[in-house]
Design a protein around this ligand. Structure first.
Ligand code: A3P
Length: 290
């Protein structure tokens, strides 16, 4: 595979094979009981996917090991890396009720989801840890644009010159969108702090009343340590020419505050300057440490 470049579509940069499916994605037909799991890349999408699958299967671990997470909850993706199956085909093959992953900013989500009054769960992560995670992902994912040096990457991220666009715009778009639709807005830091509380919130949103035992089982099964060892949850089934686990595993650190090992004081000040400027007009705030 070769590293892809970025292309602008409707004001947002995407990987440049995107045009292939762009119209198909825009015209996507949702079903009323579709559930969207939405996020900016590297915010904890896979974690929430695993939690949702566990909740919907009443904590049945074996059922959740039926296939890799990206097959159980396919990606409404625009670029379709060969030789992996097409996300759109996978979604078409699901039996309803369907759960679908997306990284689209709120304004680009196919309208059909809102016309059908679908539910969505958005997972957001503080921008510094999100940036560090995305940097390592761009190093190991051989189709992502070359991240360049760490120093260069910080500016790319802050300026939104990365696939799926600006982190600031993304989190803000969903934060505003949540007031208009059935959207549960979750924070990575909150799940890390108290997974049981957040999983309980999530299951109530899905109309599931789970027993204490089942909740405890889900907390255990979806912990970083357990998911890191589970090939059906940790992306180790993706061929290494696409995801080079030697460069960085998909399940890398799973921490809040890992950014402190990467940012210099000056880089942190630059980030904070962008952060305050870009989030000044919202009530959205993030926790950068616990
Ligand atoms: P790190 O690179 O900081 O380790 P996504 O699924 O959106 O691509 O996000 C991947 C990030 O979520 C990675 O972050 C990964 O380790 C983290 N993650 C995945 N499962 C997790 C879990 N059970 N607990 C905590 N973090 C998890």
């Amino acid at each position: 595979v070769e590293r892809l470049k970025l292309v602008m579509l409707d004001g947002v940069p995407f990987l440049d094979l995107t045009q292939l499916n762009w119209e198909k994605v825009k015209n996507f037909h949702s079903l009323p009981d579709d559930l969207l799991i939405a996020s900016y890349p590297k915010a904890g999408t896979t974690w929430v996917q695993e939690i949702v699958d566990m909740v919907l299967n009443d904590g049945d671990v074996d059922k959740c090991k039926r296939a890799p997470v990206y097959d159980r909850i396919p990606f409404l993706e625009i670029v379709e890396p060969k030789p992996l199956p097409s996300g759109l085909d996978q979604i078409a093959n699901l039996t309803p009720p369907r759960v679908i992953k997306t990284h689209l900013p709120f304004q680009l989500v196919p309208n059909s989801f809102w016309e059908q009054n679908c539910k969505a769960i958005y997972i957001a992560r503080n921008g510094k840890d999100n940036l560090v995670s995305y940097y390592h992902f761009d190093l190991m994912n051989k189709e992502q644009p070359d991240p360049g040096t760490w120093e260069q990457y910080i500016l790319k991220f802050l300026e939104g010159n990365v696939a799926w666009g600006s982190w600031f715009d993304h989190v803000k778009s969903w934060w505003t969108g949540k007031d208009k639709h059935r959207i549960l807005f979750l924070f990575y830091e909150d799940i890390k702090e108290n997974p049981k509380r957040e999983i309980c919130k999530l299951s109530q949103f899905l109309g599931k009343d789970l027993s204490k035992d089942i909740l405890d089982r889900i907390v255990h099964y979806t912990s970083f340590e357990v998911m890191k060892k589970n090939p059906m949850a940790n992306y180790s089934t993706i061929p290494t020419f696409l995801f080079d686990n030697k460069v960085s595993p998909f399940m890398r650190k799973g921490q809040v505050g890992n950014w402190k090992e990467h940012f210099t004081i000056a880089q942190n000040e630059i980030f904070d300057e962008y952060y305050h400027r870009n989030l000044a007009d919202t009530s959205l705030t993030f926790r950068f440490q616990m």
